[in-house]
Structure formats: structure tokens, C-alpha cells
Design a protein around this ligand. Structure first.
Ligand code: BJW
Ligand code: ZN
Length: 257
């Protein structure tokens, strides 16, 4: 990775409010496939074809096969150096938030505490009829698309599909974080799925220095203040050691973290 600019180093050293917006690419080094991009391996189906309610109702077995497979992948993987670097940044900055489009829990498992999940969480499942929640153990014990023992309706994963609204609290908190960030990272996302993809522009309009980290350029790259091309698991730890390691102790003392 080429070193970050002195502009970014200065901003990272002086900032008090930093936000990281993540997508599937941050988990790819853990072994979770991305949806799109050169590393995306969901080539058989477009996410638009499976991740919507009509597809689920017309072929629940197929959609559940996809989610069961992903639940199994996610249960076996570990957070990587990129997730851990963000958890460490939360210890350094007075205000730090992760906004994630991912449903895999890897930020929380790496130790991040302030995580706004925009697209739900694969650990949870709920009944489309009565709303009752079910554990993954319950789901994985069923052979077919799971049905609610109380009302016999289909159970679905608690994730946000196309055409569905994002969770209001997570969305409001994310917009507020984007509007107040001094440095805003855009990490491992193709930035094509809205409204999440509008957050980097909201941050930029509100005065943040916006830094994209991706293995390739995206639709957002032209608008970023800085684009760091490389793997998130390599770029983020390098950023901390280049820009933050000597300020870490001082800040930890200052903010009592
Ligand atoms: C690395 C790396 C490494 C790899 N290091 N980088 C027309 C215009 C505008 C909007 C719309 C439109 N038509 C419809 C819409 C709205 C629609 C939308 O945006 N569609 C677009 C596709 C056009 N949005 C919605 O429907 C949303 N809801 C909504 O708008 O509500 C209002 C409404 C209500 C009623 C009617 C209409 C509107 C909801 C969107 C929900 C998205 N859900 C999914 C599935 C979640 C559950 C699950 O995971 O199963 O969310 S789809 C999928 O895409 C998932 C992701 O979170 C999301 C974004 O993907 P992400 O994270 O960016 O991943 P990739 O794979 O695309 O990119 C990975 C990147 O990583 C690549 O760039 C790689 O290069 C990079 N990379 N390795 C660094 N090591
Ligand atoms: Zn039910």
C-alpha cells in the first residue's frame, strides 16, 4: 500500500470524531464472500434476485438455502485485522462509530461497541406472520424453509431486502454520525445500494474528510478526498501505525478509555 498523505495523517492525529462505513469487502479477508466486485463470488444469482420479499415468498426454499449456507460460513469465520483496527480506533477517539451494511456480527466480535447495522443481522430470524423471533439453532435444525410453530407462517432472516425500509434508529444514528464526522472512512463497499450509499456524500457535504479503502475504484472514488487502494486488512493497520501509534497513549489518557 502506498503511504497515506500527510493531510490524512494530520487529520487523523487531530480529529476527535471519526466514522467508518463498511461493506462486504471488509469481511472478505475473513472468508465471507462479497456480493459484487472482482472478488464477488455470488455469480450464479444477483443479490437483487434473492434479497427481496417477493423472491422469498415465491421460492422460500431457494432463499433459505442461500441464507443457511451464509449462516454456516459466518459461524465459522473470525474477525480480521481490519475489524480489529476499527475496534482499536474506537479506543483512541473521543467519538467513533462503525456504520455497517454487513449482517455478519464481525465488527462486534472484534470488540467494536458503537455499531449501527443498516441491513440487519443474520443471527436473528422472525416470523412473517406474528413477528416472533427465532434463534439460528432453531432454524438450522429444520430441513425445509422454517415455519413458525405458533402460527405456521414462514420465518425469515432479520435482514433488509430490496424495497424494504432500513431500521429507523440505525439510519437516524448513521446520518447523525455522517453529519458530524471529521474523518469518514468508506471501506470495502461498491457504494451502489441506497440509501446506505448516500452516507459518504452526506459526510462530505457536512465537511468530513472522506477516505475510501477498497481493492478497486468504485462509483464513489471520484468524490473521495483520498482513495487508498489495497486490502482493508492491510491498509487499516498500516494507517494506525503510520498515523496514530504515538498519539494513542496520550489520547487514551485524555479520554480515559
Ligand atoms: C474489498 C476487499 C478487501 C473486496 N478490502 N475492499 C434506483 C436508483 C437508486 C436506488 C434504487 C433504485 N431502484 C431501487 C432502489 C433502491 C434499492 C437500491 O439501492 N438498489 C440499487 C441496487 C439500485 N435499495 C433498497 O431497496 C433499500 N431500501 C430502500 O431503498 O427503501 C426505500 C424503499 C421502500 C420501498 C420501495 C422502494 C424503496 C434496501 C437495500 C437492502 C440491501 N440489502 C442487501 C442484502 C442484505 C441482507 C444480506 O446480506 O443478505 O444488502 S443487498 C447487498 O448489497 C447487501 C449489502 O449490504 C449491500 C451492499 O453491498 P456491499 O457491501 O457494497 O458489497 P459489494 O459486494 O457490492 O462490494 C464489495 C466491495 O468490497 C467491492 O467494491 C470490492 O472491490 C471490495 N473489496 N475485498 C477492501 N479485502
Ligand atoms: Zn408466527
Amino acid at each position: 500500500m502506498k503511504p497515506c498523505t500527510s493531510e490524512l495523517t494530520t487529520r487523523l492525529r487531530t480529529a476527535e470524531n471519526v466514522v467508518a462505513f463498511s461493506g462486504a469487502g471488509i469481511s472478505s479477508e475473513s472468508g465471507v464472500p462479497t456480493f459484487r466486485g472482482t472478488d464477488g463470488i455470488w455469480s450464479k444469482f444477483k443479490p437483487e434476485e434473492l434479497a427481496n420479499f417477493d423472491a422469498f415468498m415465491s421460492n422460500p426454499e431457494l432463499v433459505w438455502e442461500w441464507y443457511r449456507h451464509r449462516k454456516e460460513i459466518i459461524s465459522r469465520v473470525q474477525p480480521n485485522a481490519a475489524h480489529r483496527a476499527l475496534a482499536r480506533m474506537e479506543q483512541i477517539y473521543r467519538r467513533f462509530a462503525v456504520i455497517t451494511q454487513n449482517i455478519d456480527n464481525l465488527h462486534q466480535r472484534a470488540g467494536s461497541r458503537t455499531v449501527h447495522e443498516l441491513h440487519g443481522n443474520i443471527e436473528r430470524n422472525y416470523c412473517t406472520g406474528c413477528g416472533k423471533y427465532y434463534s439460528n439453532d432453531f432454524i438450522l435444525a429444520q430441513e425445509r424453509a422454517p415455519r413458525c410453530p405458533s402460527c405456521n407462517s414462514l420465518i425469515r432472516p432479520d435482514v433488509v431486502w430490496f424495497g424494504e425500509l432500513l431500521p429507523e434508529d440505525a439510519w437516524k444514528a448513521s446520518v447523525a454520525a455522517a453529519e458530524t464526522a471529521q474523518v469518514f472512512f468508506v471501506i470495502g463497499t461498491s457504494a451502489v445500494v441506497y440509501p446506505a450509499a448516500s452516507l459518504p456524500s452526506i459526510a462530505k457535504r457536512s465537511g468530513a474528510y472522506v477516505v475510501e479503502i477498497n481493492i478497486e475504484t468504485t462509483e464513489f472514488s471520484m468524490k473521495a478526498d483520498e482513495v487508498l487502494l489495497g486490502k482493508a486488512g492491510e491498509v487499516l493497520p498500516a494507517l494506525i501505525s503510520q498515523s496514530l501509534s504515538h498519539t494513542e497513549h496520550e489520547r487514551a489518557q485524555r479520554y480515559g478509555k
